[in-house]
Ligand binder design. Structure first.
Ligand code: SF4
Length: 500
């Protein structure tokens, strides 16, 4: 193995707590199509690692695409034993983000596996792909996966392991799992299956490995609620995770190991978790630092904010999502300006550094007036407390009421971003604006509603991925989706000619 890579793996393993070293007849590689730091901040990745290793006769080791730059194709190593990642019975990939689609192709090649399913044979490992992207849209993954897992891994992993133990061949394994909840066999079926939903007593789920080398350094992650009862129309959480399930607070507290410095509480709408304050107070009593993703602005009060401040949070994070009241009502977000002002006042009173506010633009029916409203209330919020405004272009998703909505168009989004930047720049440092790219949001939108042809386009990009290369690759595979054209409707005719 390359000396620099050997050193990197050794250092990372030495810094980990909770690594599982196991030898067993069934070798599983659990691979991530991005960096170690991103993978180890994924609770789903960590839980599947623990679950495979908990199965009799199974040993699961991790591999990360990031390391492929140090090795020849086919020689990507696993961390625990250093064996070749492709030298396994089951090659599992956990994928969270649309924009990791090309990385899946690269990962399979780095592991020495043929990316296309129909070019692999009975002797090759079974390639299983799971993770949040499969619940959102599994179809671009169809060319690559033998099995796609959709929904809660707590249900599917034990069922797969049981089937493997009872099967004498790859085909027999697929026969045994066909039709199970959450199991999608792309060479046998066209439609997504019923999603797997775990029982409430699967919660809380929590980190297996704690390491300083992640996006969430030395943090013990713990999922205290799954699903969301709120009606926000754009959000997959309310449909993806099935019914809302809340963990028993005493079980939450019991699984946090002694000596942990920082706990990250995870939940789709964490501030709706009925025991969030109780758990927060108890963890503070143990001297633990806290982290949370975001808090609903209409649930913020002084007590919750105080817990988070005491837990070490410096910035208060909330999402308005819609730039105007009209659009927040359209999205059923149920957040009003008064909630945002109240959160800003609490952030000021408790001496947080400021408010981090998430917004989407490019929403259906959005006009310049909606953007004007957002600019105005951001200015007013900034008079109360500094605001870090995070703006993302809206990407319509499957399984939501926006499935058939148009992508707003790169030019429209870029023009609105430019205007927002220009008008709020004057208020620096009281307002800082960060935004994600309109061009990459368009690619995300293509993948979010695309089919197998989008996966085939991703294959063409494995050696060089760029915005213009995506457009060329999509044209080559015959992709056509009038809802997701890169530019506004008046451009439709010309662009349709280009993409057909
Ligand atoms: S945006 Fe938040 S509150 Fe709304 S459905 Fe999604 S997770 Fe729930």
């Amino acid at each position: 193995m390359n000396e620099r890579l050997r050193k990197r793996i050794k250092e990372r393993l030495e810094a980990e707590r909770g690594t599982i070293y196991k030898d067993a007849p069934v070798r599983v590689t659990l691979a991530y199509p991005n960096t170690y730091a991103v993978a180890m901040a994924s609770l789903g990745f960590q839980v599947v690692y623990r679950m495979f290793n908990a199965e009799p006769e199974f040993a699961c080791e991790r591999a990360f695409l990031e390391d492929a730059e140090y090795v020849r194709k086919g020689e990507l190593p696993t961390y625990e034993s250093g064996r070749r990642a492709g030298d396994c019975h089951i090659f599992g990939i956990s994928v969270a983000f649309e924009l990791d689609l090309v990385n899946i192709v690269r990962l399979l090649e780095a592991a020495g596996l043929e990316p296309f399913r129909d070019r692999r044979d009975a002797q090759d490992p079974v390639v299983i792909i799971g993770g949040p992207l499969t619940s959102s849209n599994p179809h671009p993954l169809r060319p690559f996966a033998d099995v796609i897992l959709i929904g809660d891994g707590e249900e599917t992993v034990p069922a797969l392991a049981e089937a493997w133990r009872n099967a004498s061949s790859k085909t027999e394994f697929l026969d045994l799992i066909e039709g199970l909840p959450g199991v999608f066999l792309p060479d046998r079926e066209e439609r997504d299956p019923r999603w797997a939903t775990a029982r409430v007593d699967c919660l809380p789920v929590y980190s297996q490995i704690i390491t300083p080398n992640t996006e969430l350094p030395s943090m013990f992650l713990i999922e205290v609620e799954r699903g969301c009862p709120r009606p926000c129309t754009f959000c997959l959480a309310r449909v993806m995770y099935g019914p809302t399930r809340n963990a028993d607070p005493e079980r939450v507290l019991a699984v946090v190991p002694d000596g942990v410095e920082k706990v990250g509480l995870i939940g789709a709408a964490l501030s709706d978790y009925p025991h969030v304050k109780y758990v927060g107070h108890k963890l503070l009593e143990r001297g633990v630092k806290l982290a949370v993703s975001s808090i609903r602005a209409d649930r913020v009060d002084h007590e919750l904010a105080w817990i988070l401040k005491e837990g070490g949070l410096r910035t208060f994070t909330i999402a308005a999502d819609g730039p105007s009241q009209r659009l927040r009502e359209l999205l059923k977000k149920q957040i009003k300006l008064e909630h945002l002002y109240k959160a800003a006042r609490i952030a000021r009173d408790l001496k947080f550094k400021g408010l981090k506010l998430y917004q989407m633009i490019g929403l259906p029916t959005e006009t310049d007036d909606d953007i004007t409203e957002m600019i105005e209330f951001t200015k007013e919020l900034a008079e109360i407390t500094p605001v870090a405004l995070g703006i993302s272009p809206f990407v319509p998703k499957r399984h939501t009421p926006h499935f058939n909505d148009r992508f707003a168009g790169i030019r429209v989004i870029e023009a609105r971003l430019k205007r927002i930047q220009k008008e709020l720049r004057k208020l620096r440092p009281r307002v800082e604006v960060r935004n994600t790219s309109a061009k990459w949001a368009w690619i995300e939108a293509v993948i979010a509603r695309g089919g197998p042809e989008v996966g085939r386009a991703a294959y063409l990009l494995k050696d060089r991925e760029s915005f213009s290369a995506w457009k060329t690759a999509l044209r080559e595979v015959g992709w056509h989706d009038p809802r997701t054209l890169p530019d506004p409707p008046e451009e439709t005719e010309r662009l349709e000619l280009r993409v057909v």
